[in-house]
Design a binder for this molecule. Structure first.
Ligand code: 6R9
Length: 658
């Protein structure tokens, strides 16, 4: 990475915050200085935004690094912080969730409603024998019960493990077994793409191989017929009939809150463990700081699924601990029509929208006429997460969703970091499209070379985090060695590094001339062409900067002359003509466009025009499978692929662009 093509994209546009937002921002530029002066005191103040039943004795115990303990001796209840304290302060009637089912059915859930349901679920789980420290697997569609199930676990100190509803029986089995879950909370199914999509049969298949599971709680959502066994209990007969009173008991700040398995594009999934006090402190603070959330007036919408960390931190724990009103949507963005997202923004007058680059690029492909058909004037802030956002996608988002005026916060973080780490502050930062900019106050990020030395501005290398942060993962469930090996050994404490533990994030990055951070994709995806390290992200962004391309994925394929050669897959924008000669002309044009933008070394050997790209279920491009196509191999493991027919489409389109 030390030879990465630095700054070749030459993205120089920069957008200051709107004056009104800056004047009223929750967090101002002072926060950086305050945190730099005394990082632990800064986090201690942010912990003070929560309700603690017992004050901590020590902010950070790093004596057993890299195993961190935050707010040592402190005690709190996460559900109390997300629900009771708002109800007790007289805000019980405030809407917590405007829920929109895919078929168009709706529910309005107030904080009092959410509190009552959570207390009932806590009582029901206790009745089923769940006690503090037990694990509960949650396999649900995007319905309010998903948040209730998580909060009920937190309330009684049970550790939840949410498994995304799109995962197979095998994936669910592995996750239940790894955590020895005692109870599974699921539903008959949910609605996806206009029809019911069953979940219960998958749970039945998994539970047959999971002796640890004693009970299965089933929410009725679709009303479809389900098989029934002695372990099964209907939610409406168990939870909704349980007593609504439940006193939340405080737990230790380091009590395990949840396990979440990383989507893992390659290896065996890792059970990332998060605990109570530090996690909630940072999830809550970052929601307040990065989204400038004003609970009295904002309507916030994060489009992630609750099965991913974004759903944990920015649908459940961050927004609810801040007392936000939010939208929750069950379905897909194109059901029943491609304007569904904008219809929802319009209907609920959403003010803050947090979504993923994959969605923005899909919207680009569909064309700007679609958002133009709705009133999006309620929006005041836009966020992005999940992958590097290409500068053109950033600009499109700001232009056609944000009226050319709204701040876009590109937020870098991981399941492992628990909360946002690198991002603009919307009232402070002059954002550059495509850059996550700087570490948040209280976070120390850096870019280092192969030896772990900090690179100067203008240089490229590996993204690292230098100081522990409150919402850091505590370990990999059941595998401390793998935790140390994966994250702390690359540049960890050792011969050359003294006691400084350095967290290796696995992402390539560069610092521009102003020291701002640009993420370049997973280091496994970096290409080595004729001795030059080239980032997939930069070539993809160059392709997306062409007016005819909506989305692109780039891989390095073995090449006899250059070691690796760049092979690109591009999805044309809405009305682009791509058949026959027009397609050939576009491909030639694109190859030249990349060469002109990035330099001749980055000119793709081959470009294929394709209708779709293979993505993980959380929307990240799976370059590994495209590498298989580019190198004419049979496809590797496709279990994490969102839609396996995509690979047939791509393989059959292989003729184009040779
Ligand atoms: C929150 C989440 C983590 C990986 C991460 C990186 C990529 C996420 C990004 C980004 C560039 C951003 N990533 N946000 N890359 N810019 N704003 O997505 O967690 O599913 O664990 O993925 O996603 O590669 O390392 P997770």
């Amino acid at each position: 990475m030390s030879e990465a093509l630095a700054n070749l994209l030459n993205e120089t546009r920069q957008f200051p915050p709107p004056a009104e937002l800056a004047a009223n921002a929750n967090v101002t530029a002072d926060a950086y200085g305050e945190a730099a002066e005394d990082r632990l005191a800064f986090w201690e103040r942010q912990a003070g935004r929560l309700h603690w039943a017992r004050q901590w004795d020590q902010v950070l115990d790093w004596s057993n690094a890299p195993f961190a303990k935050w707010f040592v001796g402190g005690q709190l209840n996460v559900a109390y912080n997300c629900l009771d304290r708002h109800v007790e302060a007289g805000r019980g009637d405030k809407v917590a969730i405007h829920w929109e089912g895919e078929p168009g059915d709706t529910r309005t859930v107030t904080y009092a409603d959410l509190h009552k349901l959570t207390c009932q679920a806590a009582n029901a789980l206790t009745e089923l024998g769940v006690t503090a420290g037990d694990r509960v697997a949650i396999y649900l569609p995007m319905i309010p019960e998903a948040a209730v199930a998580m909060l009920a676990c937190a309330r009684i100190g049970a550790t939840h493990s949410v498994v995304f509803g799109g995962f197979s029986a095998d994936a669910l089995t592995n996750r239940i077994q790894d955590a020895s879950a005692k109870v599974v909370i699921t539903a008959d199914g949910g609605f996806r793409r206009g029809k019911p999509s069953a979940l219960k049969p998958t749970v039945d298949e998994a539970v047959a191989n999971c002796p640890s599971v004693e009970h299965v709680l089933v929410v009725r959502r679709t009303g479809e017929e389900v098989a029934w066994s002695a372990k099964d209990h209907w939610w409406h007969e168990t939870v909704e009939t349980a007593p609504p009173e439940h006193a939340a008991q405080p737990f230790d700040a380091e009590h395990p809150l949840y396990i979440l398995y990383t989507s893992g594009t390659t290896a065996r999934p890792k059970g990332i463990l998060h605990t109570t006090g530090g996690y909630l402190t940072q999830a809550s603070y970052t929601t307040h700081a990065v989204f400038d959330l004003k609970p009295e007036t904002d309507v916030y919408w994060c489009t992630a699924d609750i099965g991913w960390v974004t759903g944990h931190s920015y649908i459940v724990y961050g927004p609810l601990s801040n007392g936000a009103t939010q939208v929750m949507y069950e379905g897909t963005p194109d059901t029943p029509h491609k304007g569904r997202f904008w219809e929802i923004v319009d209907k609920y007058k959403v003010t803050i929208l947090y979504t993923a680059p994959t969605l923005i690029r899909t919207m680009m492909k569909w064309g700007e006429d679609i958002p133009a058909g709705y009133d999006l004037s309620s929006l005041r802030l836009l966020g992005s997460v999940g992958e590097p956002i290409n500068p053109e996608a950033w600009i499109w988002y700001r232009q056609y969703v944000g009226r050319g005026e709204l701040p876009v916060v590109d937020t870098w973080w991981q399941t492992e970091t628990g909360a946002i780490m690198i991002s603009p502050l919307p009232g402070v930062t002059e954002a550059k499209p495509g850059s996550a900019m700087t570490a948040l106050p209280g976070i120390v990020a850096d870019v280092v070379d192969d030896q772990g030395q900090s690179v100067p501005n203008g240089g490229g290398g590996y993204l690292v985090l230098r100081e522990p942060w409150p919402s850091t993962l505590r370990t990999i469930w059941g595998d401390d060695n793998r935790f140390i090996e994966t994250y702390w050994s690359r540049f960890g404490a050792g011969a050359n590094h003294g006691d400084d533990w350095v967290y290796f994030a696995g992402d390539g990055a560069k610092k521009d001339d102003d020291g701002h951070i640009w993420l370049l994709g997973r280091v496994d995806d970096v290409m080595l062409v004729s001795g030059h390290n080239i980032s997939t992200t930069e070539v993809e962004s160059a392709l997306v900067s062409h007016p005819s391309v909506a989305e692109a994925a780039v891989v390095g394929a073995t090449d006899p002359t250059t070691g690796q050669a760049i092979v690109a897959f591009a999805i044309p924008r809405g009305s682009t003509e791509i058949s026959g000669e027009a397609g050939e002309r576009l491909i030639a044009d694109l190859r030249n466009h990349v060469a002109k933008t990035l330099g001749p070394i980055a000119k793709p050997r081959q470009i294929m025009l394709v209708p779709e790209l293979p993505k993980t279920r959380s929307g990240k491009i799976m370059r590994r499978l495209l590498r298989d196509v580019a190198e004419h191999r049979s496809l590797g493991d496709v279990t994490t692929l969102q839609d396996s027919s995509v690979m047939d489409l791509i393989s059959s389109g292989m003729g184009a662009g040779k």
